[in-house]
Write a protein that binds this ligand. Structure first.
Ligand code: 26Y
Length: 815
């Protein structure tokens, strides 16, 4: 209680109320009586932002003063989602603001929902960057995220007649209250032209005469760490033409032509490439990559010189992390700046560069490894190509010296792929220019060493490290599952919010029926919320007592949503032919977007929807099986599905999913995993124990062996499985597409001939694992016990642990 006789809590609510009303009136410019949900969101966000800003500026002054090493996280994607709850929750203001809004007659849930998702990413890689930003702020690591401020994030998915349609996403339509425009932080980004060679005092100098200049303008979004400990900027670049309008053209009457330069420049930050795992070889994408890399390096070098005077100490004061190869041109850009702008000697420049950069690899799929056609790269970045040639020559010379009798080695470690049309391999460039390269799960890192980077690992041994991914528990547990969080605080102590390892205490009570009932009740409440979303969006009901079996992730063949659909059809048949057996009543829930140009993945979405239509309208499986495809999967929808899930589908072909992070979010929220021994599933299994996870299918080594041997073939597999044969016949014969019986023939033909992702090898084992799921589900105490053991053993998957490892072992910054 304070002097005025009100409690601090009441006073905090009164202050929040006054702040929100002031923002509504003075910044939004509305009378609260006429405010929309969106107005309330803006006013609330601005009131919250004021608190952040004080901390933000405070934090910056502090780190400048003590000369700490900074981390720069370069990523073409940051999949942030909504920020209001993140900010309020991490500042421990959520309850106060909820009460303040409540007093004003406004439901905070509705205010929350008025915020559009910042969907500046495709999937796992982008969301990982967002979790990492939050963890770096939480651990007090001075860090900048650098990326692109896309006007349009990942497309909005609409399902029409079962088909995916893509519509532009418009998160910035009405501006965003979170960002600060820094118009004073603007850099010239140059493209094209030619390179002039001069000799000055017997030293060759290279002068780049670009043909085009675009401006990069900074926008900062503050990222708040847990308990407001620290605030770091996410600095996103927006592209502008150097000249906003060609006035002479305009005055001559060419009103559109006068703006064409502006349009061409602004195109760079217009849209996120909606593609993951397939190399998008477009010129615009290379322009995007260089654009944000050049702006970010100019910015961090300016900062370094301002504080430390010269660039020799850069590696001691800056660690630059490349999130996949998308920013790998940074290696060449750093060399260009050091050589051409600062006149450093090559070996000095190379020492600085290669001791500052490190690179994370997120995939080994050949189609996802970025390469650029040499002519395109040369046209856009002629000076950078020269530098890359030089890097490559030195690297090949050294390799030749160290491995004199292995000429084949040279072609495999070269940055230039000479095979079909000469191409630049960005993975090779990133590897050679980095002091450390990391994979994102134990298996993935092992496979890096054995496959894609085997030869580079011989040439530069010891550079590859593992850093198993993690997720921020603030968003994926505390905010998205308040019911479970409350229970964890009670059972494990409040400190669990700061020390996730204390979740382990839950396991002591795994056999306690009272605890089991509470956990089951929390899960059921979360499922009721999801049921309402299903009814609102799809117009039919699902039963909260069914097993919620979820597969939520980008739509990709290697992730094998199709395997899940085959099992769905088999189950549908089996239930109809044996209706009285002990089937666990299930709702199969799918959500995920396919890249707009990915025809095969889009056809699988259609198949899911066609199967859903048939199954959901068949009275003979009522109460036993439902199929749901929730459209427009995004971070916000994930926050609703994950706490409501009972079963987590992680069923990629072993060796293909680098890590997965949805697998971690689901297990942390008490879903049991059905999965292959792939990516981080293996480490989840190691943590939760074999009895609390449903593992099936070939191992990565067995997959390799079968591919090598070419046997058994899909034909052999199908011949050996009557159930699989029946499923393929049904789908291929048009049972789910009577209006177009041949619709799914390409899918079925693909399975019968090639079966690139080995669904036919794993089908029977998957079916058997699903029946083990049924069996456990029918013993609710045992199921809940397993769920408890899962939750209790997930602490290691906190991104705080991951980031602490990066900090200690890669960046060498204190935590
Ligand atoms: C080359 C370009 C078109 C491209 C664009 C985006 C290539 C790849 C990507 C995105 C890849 C991605 O999201 N990878 C995922 O990274 C996660 C975080 O490490 C992993 O958990 C997940 O297994 C992996 O597929």
């Amino acid at each position: 209680t304070n002097t005025a006789g009100t409690s601090d809590y009441e006073q905090a609510i009164a202050e929040a109320k006054a702040a929100i009303i002031a923002k509504m009136t003075l910044s939004v410019g509305k009378d609260p009586g006429y405010a929309t949900d969106r107005d309330w969101f803006v006013a609330t966000a601005l009131a919250a932002r004021d608190r952040v800003t004080h901390r933000f500026l405070g934090g910056k002054r502090a780190s400048k003063a003590d000369g700490k090493k900074r981390v720069y996280y370069l990523s073409l994607e940051f999949l942030i989602g909504r920020q209001l709850t993140d900010v309020l929750y991490n500042f421990e203001l959520y309850d106060i603001f909820r009460a303040a809004l409540g007093d004003l007659g406004v439901d905070i849930e509705r205010v929350r929902e008025a915020e559009p998702d910042a969907a500046l990413g495709n999937g796992g890689l982008g969301r990982l960057a967002a979790c990492f930003m939050e963890s770096m702020a939480t651990l007090g690591i001075p860090a900048y995220g650098y990326g692109i401020r896309y006007d349009h994030g990942l497309f909005r998915q609409v399902i029409k007649d079962g088909w995916q349609q893509e519509f532009p996403e418009t998160w910035l339509e009405n501006g965003t209250p979170w960002e600060f425009l820094r118009s004073d932080v603007t850099y010239d980004i140059r493209f094209g032209g030619s390179v002039e060679t001069k000799t000055v005092n017997n030293v060759p100098r290279f002068i780049w005469h670009p043909s085009e200049v675009v401006h990069a303008v900074a926008y900062d979004t503050p990222i708040v760490g847990w308990r407001g400990s620290n605030v770091n900027p996410l600095r996103l670049w927006s592209a502008r033409a150097a000249d906003p309008i060609a006035l002479s053209l305009f005055n001559k009457g060419d009103h559109v032509g006068a703006l064409s330069d502006q349009a061409r420049s602004a195109a760079i930050s217009k849209v996120l490439y909606p593609s993951d795992e397939t190399a998008a070889g477009q010129e615009l994408r290379l322009r995007q990559e260089y654009f944000f890399v050049s702006a970010s390096l100019q910015d961090l070098i300016n900062r370094h010189i301002r504080i430390y005077g010269d660039l020799y100490s850069l590696p001691d004061r800056a660690a630059i992390q490349l999130n996949d190869t998308h920013p790998a041109v940074a290696i060449a850009e750093m060399m260009r700046i050091l050589l051409d702008d600062h006149n450093l000697r090559w070996d000095e420049a190379w020492r600085i560069t290669s001791s500052t950069f490190s690179y994370t690899n997120h995939t080994l799929l050949p189609e996802a490894l970025e390469t650029w056609p040499l002519p395109l790269f040369e046209r856009l970045l002629p000076r950078h190509l020269q530098i890359i040639y030089f890097i490559n020559n030195l690297h090949l010379e050294a390799t030749k010296k160290n491995f004199p009798n292995e000429p084949e080695l040279l072609s495999s470690v070269s940055i230039i792929d000479e095979r079909d049309g000469r191409r630049l391999r960005m993975g090779q460039l990133a590897f050679i220019g980095s002091h450390t390269i990391n994979g994102v799960s134990a298996l993935h890192t092992d496979l890096m060493k054995e496959t894609t980077f085997r030869d580079l690992n011989r040439v530069y041994p010891g550079r590859i490290q593992n850093k198993t991914n993690g997720i921020t528990f603030r968003r994926w547990l505390q905010q998205s599952n308040p019911g479970l969080t409350k229970l964890l605080c009670e059972v494990c102590g409040e400190e669990v919010l700061d020390k996730p390892e204390l979740i382990k205490r839950l396991e002591e009570h795994a056999d306690d029926p009272a605890l089991q009932q509470r956990i089951a009740k929390i899960k059921r409440a979360n499922k009721v919320v999801l049921c309402k979303i299903v009814t609102d969006r799809l117009g039919f009901r699902v039963e909260a007592d069914s097993l919620f079996d979820v597969q939520i992730k980008r739509q990709h063949e290697y992730k094998r949503q199709l395997l899940n659909l085959l099992e769905t059809v088999a189950l549908y048949d089996a239930i109809r032919s044996n209706p009285t057996a002990d089937w666990a009543p299930r709702v199969k829930i799918f959500a995920g977007k396919a890249a707009a140009s990915y025809v095969a993945a889009k056809l699988i979405i259609k198949l899911a929807n066609d199967i859903a239509k048939t199954v959901n309208n068949d009275p003979s499986v009522q109460g036993k099986l439902k199929v749901v495809f929730l459209p427009n999967y995004n971070v916000s929808l994930a926050e609703k599905i994950i706490p409501a899930a009972d079963l987590s589908e992680q069923i990629s072909t072993a060796g293909m999913e680098a890590s997965g992070t949805g697998n971690m979010k689901l297990a942390l929220n008490g879903a049991l995993t059905i999965g292959t021994l792939d990516g981080a599933n293996i480490e989840i299994k190691d943590n939760v124990g074999d009895d609390n996870i449903f593992i099936f299918g070939l191992t990565a080594a067995e997959v390799e062996e079968r591919k090598r041997a070419g046997a058994p073939t899909a034909t052999d597999n199908i011949a050996a499985s009557p159930m699989l044969r029946q499923v393929l016949d049904a789908i291929g014969g048009g049972v789910f597409s009577p209006d177009d019986p041949n619709r799914f023939k390409p899918i079925i033909d693909g399975l019968r001939s090639q079966d690139r992702y080995m669904l036919t090898d794993d089908f029977d084992s998957y079916w058997a694992a699903q029946r083990r799921v049924d069996e456990l589900w029918n013993q609710p105490e045992k199921w809940t016990r397993a769920a408890i053991v899962n939750i209790a053993n997930m602490a290691w998957f906190s991104s705080d642990r991951t980031i602490a490892e990066y900090a200690e072992q890669i960046w060498k910054v204190p935590v």
